[in-house]
Design a protein around this ligand. Structure first.
Ligand code: NAD
Length: 360
């Protein structure tokens, strides 16, 4: 009997609907080969949801996500909604989803594919073989800390402020995710903080060190975030797992992403407690500059679908099949504009999707 999985699709804004279409077609093509069936439910998020309902994350969307086996998200945001009050901006939907589904761990692999080494802005010898996993805490820290706001004093001078805060249990649970990921990889964790300046980072470092004693097979080291930023550019091959907080992870994962040449290639997974549905999405945003022009690279979205098969459904063989189709298409010299190289054939988003289906 075939296995059936319920997937909530959140296409969102900008290039979201274009790349989601490709990922769904790929999933549908893979399904019969592995005796799988997928029940897709599409829900509104971001600017599209604001336009339809006045809210970036309608209750029905969150409910659909919670009731599914996994969520495949594209991206949200765009100029049209930039002037909205901050609690009604599309990006609030992402925070609401992460908070509402308790997705406290964000896994962002940054692995350079051999076919794309020359798409990196860094030298071949620096990036060849790079394989980093950034494990970022996702529901705590400065993005959620209170108090926060903008207030005016009696002279009308305004003050903006946020609070960077972590509790011991929040640090402990993300540290465990980092160590467990390292056990499945090359056994090394670099924990990134700013403990020379921030009290919250001192607690972070103390707890990560304490939790490390449960993982004697994993080598732990610590690095300040300013140095880590430099090291990612200077010698990225030194990293296996980078374990870090919400704000630092947001920045470092984008820096790591660019080592690989294109943000259009990178998937990510956001996971909660065991058994709860995770959210799988590309690292990139809604790319409003190229939306609707058939220029988007759908591969990060497709690779996010592969991550979903592997991490949410334990369907490793089906995930492998998608990843090998991506490799096959790249081996044949087909490229979207963002990863274009001399001698390659330039394709739009739709044609790249067709090439993937042919490879499957
Ligand atoms: P972005 O990732 O959307 O775009 C950055 C650059 O990369 C652009 O030049 C874009 O054309 C290019 N790019 C991104 N994805 C691509 C793809 N698949 N194929 C080809 N090129 C691609 O980041 P931004 O410009 O800073 O943000 C645009 C909007 O997206 C903003 O509203 C922002 O808030 C939002 N955003 C959303 C998410 C998300 O939904 N997870 C993440 C980041 C930014």
């Amino acid at each position: 009997m075939s296995k059936n999985y319920k997937i909530t699709l959140l296409p969102g804004d900008g290039i979201g609907p274009e790349i989601m279409k490709v990922a769904v077609a790929v999933l549908q093509a893979i399904a019969p080969k592995f005796d799988l069936t997928f029940a897709f439910e599409t829900a509104l998020i971001g600017g599209a949801a604001i336009d339809a309902t006045g809210h970036p994350l309608p209750d029905e969307t969150l409910q659909s996500c919670k009731n599914s086996d996994a969520v495949l998200l594209a991206a949200v945001g765009g100029d049209k909604w930039d002037s909205m009050p901050s609690h009604l901006r599309p990006e609030q939907a992402l925070l609401g989803l992460r908070g509402g589904m308790e997705l406290f761990a964000n896994l962002r692999p940054a692995q350079i594919l051999p076919q794309l080494i020359d798409a990196s802005t860094l030298k071949r010898e620096v990036v060849e073989g790079v394989d980093i996993l950034v494990v970022r805490e996702l529901t705590g820290g400065i993005y959620f800390g209170k108090p926060k706001g903008i207030v005016a004093d009696e002279n009308g001078v305004r003050r903006g402020f946020n609070t960077m805060v972590y509790t011991e249990p929040e640090i402990d649970r993300i540290a465990k995710v980092g160590f467990e990921a390292a056990q499945k990889r090359r056994g090394s964790v670099v924990s990134v903080d700013k403990s020379n300046v921030l009290d919250v980072s001192q607690l972070w470092r103390e707890r990560v060190t304490a939790i490390s004693s449960d993982y004697p097979d994993v080598k732990l080291s610590h690095m300040y975030v300013d140095n880590a930023t430099m090291q990612i550019i200077r010698n990225p091959k030194q990293f296996d797992v980078i374990l870090t907080s919400n704000l630092f992870g947001d920045i470092l994962s984008d820096a790591a992403a660019m080592l690989t040449g294109s943000i259009g290639m990178l998937p990510s997974a956001s996971l909660g407690v065991a058994g709860a549905p995770g959210v799988f999405e590309p690292v990139h945003g809604s790319a409003p500059d190229i939306a609707g022009k058939d220029l988007a690279n759908p591969l990060a979205q497709v690779l996010s679908a592969a991550m979903m098969l592997r991490y949410a459904f334990n369907e490793g063989a089906a995930a492998d099949a998608i990843e090998s189709a991506v490799n096959k298409v790249l081996d044949s010299g087909k490229r979207t504009g963002d990863i274009m190289a001399d001698g390659c054939e330039k394709l739009g988003c739709i044609a790249m999707g067709e090439a993937l289906l042919a490879a499957i």
